[in-house]
Design a protein around this ligand. Structure first.
Ligand code: ADP
Length: 394
């Protein structure tokens, strides 16, 4: 019996899961939110029961102490299920990390060096690693990178058509994100279809608050919609996705918006929120049903962009065996799924309307029997994928 502790540390939060790996069952999960504020809130879930508290938690190290105390108080006992490895989600692995990596001092220096590419995430991920080393001395720490799955992108897909010297010097290229999810989901799709991964061409649409598309050929990422940062590509909850880069220059000149304001505009007040006043797809769909004009346009932009990437990746892959929807919107929104694939029957993509609206939760087929392309909904599980990779690394 071996347990893996999975850690996702953010700038003010710690999320964790303890997973028993012979059966791949979650023994406990929890989170500490609002670290550094007056009162943090904590939740520890075990055997279907949630234990919540509010208390001051000043640092990530303290958050780990709180987490260990929650295991002591509510179980399961970490003495009974000692983690054999701690797996950390790390957002940016740049060009250096293309697989899960056992953490040592050099790895930490490299993660730190990549902070300039992910200033909100990598420093927080490092704090989680440092705190875990203190809390679990002698237990190997493994970094699992969001970018790693996309290390296989060909130059044609990752190169931006700008001055090569400037790009090289500043490490400007497409890296791609959500790699852990795209890998998990594309492998689960092959398993669901009972076909060898090596033979399968798959388009994965990870549609959560952040959203990205990925073209997977034989288990290998060959194209993806997010770029240097997670801003490029699809329309997201609060992020714009693709736009003419000159919009930034124009808004700077015309409206006097500086870099900080443009950063906030595109990352925090654009996307569904910017267009419709609502960042949550459930609210947007409800508003369209009520005839809200901005919501109708916003949803149509979201779907238009999605279809654009489906078409691009069908062309890039030379057809697809499967199109897979995952994450909050992908798993739960029949309207978005139907919209994204509407009119693609000429490519052999045919949804079954009944299957699409079925309230079923697990992995499922939603295309019609005569659809040449299998359309699937597969719930993502990034924590399990991190645990698997962390265990495999040691
Ligand atoms: P994150 O990227 O934060 O991990 P999730 O994958 O949990 O996000 O997705 C969150 C999003 O899923 C919410 O913002 C919401 O828009 C969407 N969502 C959840 N349930 C539904 C639903 N029933 N219908 C449409 N959208 C939903």
């Amino acid at each position: 019996m071996s347990a893996v502790l999975v850690i996702n540390s953010g700038s003010s939060s710690l999320k964790y899961q303890l997973i028993e790996m012979t059966t791949e069952t979650v023994l406990a999960s929890g989170l500490v939110e609002r670290i550094g504020e007056k009162l943090a809130s904590t939740k520890h879930e075990v055997s279907g029961e949630a234990h919540k508290r509010e208390l001051p938690v000043a640092t990530m190290t303290e958050a780990f102490t709180v987490m260990v105390a929650a295991f002591d108080e509510h179980g399961p006992s970490l003495a009974e299920f000692p983690p054999v490895v701690v797996g950390h989600r790390v957002v940016h692995g740049g060009k250096r990390f293309f697989s899960a990596t056992i953490v040592n001092d050099l790895v930490k220096i490299n993660i730190d060096d990549l902070s300039e590419l992910a200033p909100l995430h990598n420093p927080a991920n490092l704090q989680g690693i440092d705190a875990a080393e203190l809390a679990f001395p002698g237990v190997p720490q493994v970094a699992v990178f969001d970018t790693a799955f996309h290390a296989t992108l060909p130059a044609a897909a990752y190169t931006y058509a700008i001055d090569a010297e400037i790009a090289e010097k500043n490490r400007v290229r497409k890296y791609g994100f959500h790699g852990t999810s795209h890998k998990f989901v594309s492998e689960a799709a092959a398993e669901f279809l009972g076909r060898p991964l090596a033979e399968l061409k798959t388009i994965v649409l990870h549609l959560g608050n952040g959203a990205s598309a990925c073209a997977v050929d034989g288990g290998i990422s060959v194209d993806t919609s997010m770029g240097l940062t997670p801003l490029e590509g699809l329309v997201m909850g609060t992020r714009s996705g693709d736009l003419d880069p000159a919009v930034l220059i124009y808004l700077n000149r015309k409206a006097g918006l500086g870099f900080a304001e443009l950063d906030t505009l595109l990352n925090r007040s654009s996307g569904l929120l910017g267009m419709t006043g609502r960042g949550d797809m459930r609210d947007v769909v409800a508003a369209t049903d009520a005839g809200d004009e901005a919501a109708i346009v916003g949803l149509s932009v979201y779907i238009h962009r999605l279809k654009h990437y489906v078409g691009a990746y069908l062309a890039g892959l030379g057809g697809a065996d499967a199109i897979v929807f995952t994450a909050g919107v992908g798993e739960n929104s029949p309207v978005v799924r139907a919209g994204a694939l509407e009119g693609l029957e000429f490519l052999g993509i045919r949804l079954d309307p009944e299957r699409n609206i079925s309230p079923e939760r697990g992995p499922r087929l939603i295309s019609a029997e005569d659809s040449a392309v299998a359309v699937l909904v597969i719930p993502t599980n990034e924590e399990l994928e991190i645990a698997r990779q962390a265990l495999a690394a040691v």
